[in-house]
Ligand binder design. Structure first.
Ligand code: PLP
Length: 374
């Protein structure tokens, strides 16, 4: 079903920026593809969800807590923050919990941005940053990634002006899967003026097994202008419940709390998040499946002669050497949902989520069929 397009001619006095904003294009849902293509089996490798599902411990808690959804949730997410504090060895007051980590980013923008302010972002990154900047009538200053698809910190620094309020960074980046080198990040943070908020989106940091994640947290102690965002949507498998969190200096958290609507994180999400945090088994299994899948897909791409970005996350960016939308459509017809890339530098690339071994095998078989008949 096509949604009706809103136009400027409509009678209501919509803010004009609304018409300039791009609609977020989510990964196609499985049910929709099944119906549209009359398929029984569809594999979704489009939104970097956990192929093992949610933590069994979280699922168990959900069944118990369903009886209490007549009550409002804990508006301050006290227990989630306490649990996070224990796990990461920080004060609970350095955390804020939102309905997905994107809500934390929204609060940051809402607290800082005024019309004509500037937001510095990379050209190949999560599209939500630019949408949020536009929503508050700020101007996104888009900085190209370098030749290796890494953040170009020199260029990013030179894009900073007196109007800059926020810089968005992502590590590992989406869709490249590349980690920001720690020293480069630390140096950049030393240089950025203290009155500019640096949002470091760490949605995939749980897949990074080195102590990099911990180091990111250490940077918060040094830089009161740094906000880390992390998610329960990826390794914890709770994307459908919408819960994520921010870590920053207590003063920053205090400000974000002022713009937060009460009860934005539902009670089931909170209960499941606490259980998932403690479910070491599920986290370990997820990491194992991801490592095996990463090795399998990388090898398959090499055999197919396709270039790919070595990834630190749970997805891989691969150059199919055919128009990305065509490959995407051809895979859809065979019951596999991936992400076609639209950026001019990536218009023959797709981003594929690392699935279970079986899902990866089916994906590679279908991709091979498609590429070999072209
Ligand atoms: C998936 C993803 C998120 C997660 O968003 P939630 O709102 O926590 O589900 C954030 N940033 C990036 C780059 C992502 O790919």
């Amino acid at each position: 079903m096509q949604a009706k397009k809103i136009t400027k001619q409509d009678a209501l006095l919509w803010r004009s920026i609304i018409f300039k904003m791009a609609l977020y294009e989510p990964g196609k849902p499985i049910a929709e593809v099944k119906r549209e293509y009359r398929l029984k089996n569809v594999i979704k490798l489009a939104s970097n969800e956990n192929p093992l599902g949610a933590s069994p411990k979280a699922q168990e808690i959900l069944r118990k807590n369903i009886r209490e959804i007549n009550f409002y949730p804990d508006s301050n997410c006290c227990y989630v923050r306490e649990q996070l504090g224990k796990k990461l060895d920080l004060s609970p007051n350095m955390f804020i919990v939102g309905s997905g980590s994107v809500e934390i980013m929204k609060w940051a923008c809402e607290s800082l941005l005024q019309p004509k302010d500037e937001v510095v972002v990379a050209d190949i990154c999560f599209p939500v940053y630019c949408s949020l900047a536009s929503l508050y009538n700020a101007i996104p200053k888009v900085v190209p990634l370098d030749a290796d698809f890494d953040h170009d910190f020199e260029l990013m620094y030179s894009a900073i002006s007196r109007k800059t309020k926020i810089v968005f960074l992502t590590s590992p980046n989406n869709p490249t899967g590349k980690l920001i080198e720690y020293d480069a990040l630390a140096q950049f943070l030393e240089k950025v003026p203290h009155n500019i908020l640096v949002v470091l989106d760490l949605a995939y940091i749980d897949y990074v097994t080195s102590d990099y994640g911990r180091s990111g947290i250490d940077l918060v102690a040094k830089h009161p202008n740094l906000l880390l965002t992390r998610s329960f949507s990826k390794i914890y498998g709770l994307a459908g419940l919408r819960i994520g969190y921010g870590i920053a200096d207590e003063k920053t958290i205090e400000v974000l709390n002022r713009v937060r609507m009460p009860f934005s994180v539902n009670s089931l999400a909170q209960a499941a998040a606490i259980a998932a945090l403690e479910d070491e088994r599920h986290i370990k299994d997820t990491l194992d499946v991801n490592e095996i899948g990463k090795a399998y897909l990388s090898q398959a791409f090499r055999q197919l002669g396709l270039a790919y970005c070595p990834t630190s996350a749970n997805f891989i960016l691969v150059d199919t050497r055919h128009e990305s939308d065509e490959v995407f459509q051809a895979l859809l017809r065979k019951g596999i949902i991936v992400r076609p890339m639209r950026h001019p530098r990536l218009n023959t690339c797709i981003r594929v989520t690392i699935g279970t071994l079986e899902q990866n095998q089916i994906f590679v078989a279908r991709l091979r069929e498609i590429l070999c008949t072209r």
